[in-house]
Write a protein that binds this ligand. Structure first.
Ligand code: ADP
Ligand code: CIR
Length: 399
């Protein structure tokens, strides 16, 4: 497995790899020039990595994969990127695309092993970002964070006819640390300590407890997963991306007593901040999330990029990082899944199965959320889901 060749480098270097609030440090933006320089002087991509890339590329080309990776990794782009490495961690194209090369059923198929990858491999990331986020161009700049007026959203389903539960999550990366494939075991432990001690300071409705995955009883873990509170284990897309090293070290979950406010530590992203509850009261769910994020941001510095917004491991989550979803039953519309997906797509919504991405619907319950997260504000991302779900319910009622 290649990549992150320089992960033994000092923390100071790692700190420079993710940008500060103003994107001033040598992060995704500032890395381009350094990267070009680095490629001239740095060690070359080794032969075994190049061979894996060539083999994987040929197989992907011959496959009927519908991934964005296949769509945008043309021969020209492949040849232009295959010998590049990120300057700080030495991540290669293989580190970015190995998940999509191994899993031809990927929807996207690419991750950024470190923040610099977004600029070093921009020829591939940019068109994928533009496609996924529906028109966010390489010349566009993600707008400033704006949660808007949290009191404007109401209950999507006051009579409890369709919506089982509502959830809004966002992702955050801690400044000074790279993404999963480049983290050391010591960093995982250090991050978990920081997260758990910081969250222990939360009060009121957000007050809760941190539960490390290390030592958690399997039955407890499974129950949390079954109840949709905890991330699943053994995600093959993340595993192939080299994102599950040292598992379960450094991974864990914080939640309040009634599990309406939760924080995941070191699964796909350093932090996933989540607000959820039964029913369709998006207003209450969103207000709780915004209160929590504002509070946590006072306590932990997060990686933010001037053009890309909040930095995340997967390009689908950049920008606002917001995914606002409902678990919803729309039996008439969903009688034809293709039709449901088509109608949802009109409102920029994405349909997932009951246990999240790459799962099936159980008991006719679908997870429907805003798809794009970049090029719009946090408020607009949530509003996109709110308006779209209201329309879907209207259509369901009319059938
Ligand atoms: P993400 O964290 O990116 O949203 P997933 O799609 O894997 O990732 O979903 C994570 C978990 O959240 C899954 O268990 C999923 O069922 C649950 N979930 C998502 N939306 C809702 C919702 N509206 N109500 C209850 N659980 C939800
Ligand atoms: C895929 O390409 O299907 C997976 N790598 C997941 C892509 C987006 N999902 C996500 O949770 N970020």
């Amino acid at each position: 497995m290649g990549g992150c060749a320089s992960k033994e480098k000092k923390d100071k270097v790692a700190a420079d790899a993710t940008t500060g609030e103003n994107g001033k440090a040598a992060g995704a933006d500032g890395a381009t020039a350094d990267a070009a320089e680095g490629n001239k002087t740095n060690t070359m991509v080794d032969a075994a990595v190049l061979q894996k890339l060539e083999d994987g590329f040929a197989k992907l080309q011959a496959s009927d994969s519908k991934s964005l990776l296949k769509k945008y990794l043309t021969k020209e782009v492949f040849d232009s990127l295959k010998n590049k490495k990120t300057p700080t961690f030495g991540s290669t194209l293989l580190d970015c695309i190995q998940s999509g090369l191994e899993n031809h059923d990927s929807g996207v198929g690419i991750y950024a092993p470190d923040a610099e990858s977004y600029s070093v491999f921009a020829e591939l990331f940019d068109p994928i970002i533009e496609d996924y986020h529906k028109g966010f161009k390489k010349t566009d700049k993600h707008p400033a964070r704006d949660f808007g007026d949290v009191s404007t959203f109401g209950n999507l389903d006051p009579n409890n006819e369709f919506v089982v539960s509502t959830r809004v999550r966002c992702g955050r990366s801690m400044e000074g640390y790279p993404f999963n494939p480049c983290l050391t075991e010591a960093q995982y432990k250090e991050m978990e300590d920081k997260v758990s001690s910081t969250l222990s300071g939360l009060e009121g409705e957000l007050k809760g407890k941190f539960y490390p995955l290390t030592g958690m009883e399997k039955a407890v873990q499974q129950q949390l997963i079954d109840d949709h509170f905890l991330f699943k284990e053994g995600d093959r897309f993340l595993q192939a991306a080299n994102a599950c090293r040292f598992w379960p070290t450094g991974r864990g979950i914080y939640h309040n007593d009634n599990k309406t406010f939760l924080v995941w530590c070191n699964e796909e992203d350093h932090l996933r901040i989540i607000s959820m509850q039964k029913g369709g009261d998006l207003g209450e769910v969103y207000r709780r999330l915004v209160t929590a994020v504002n509070d946590i941001e006072k306590r932990i510095p997060f990686s933010h990029h001037d053009r890309l917004g909040f930095l995340t491991f997967c390009p689908t989550n950049l920008g606002t990082t917001i995914r606002a979803s409902v678990h919803i039953a729309l039996p008439k519309l969903a009688a034809d899944l293709k039709k449901l997906e088509e109608v949802a797509g009109k409102y920029n919504l994405q349909v997932r199965g009951t246990r999240g991405e790459h799962t099936e619907a159980e008991g006719g319950i679908y997870d429907i959320s805003n798809k794009r997260r970049m090029g719009l504000t946090e408020y607009q991302a949530v509003k996109e889901m709110y308006d779209g779900i209201a329309e879907l319910i209207k259509i369901e009622k009319s059938l």
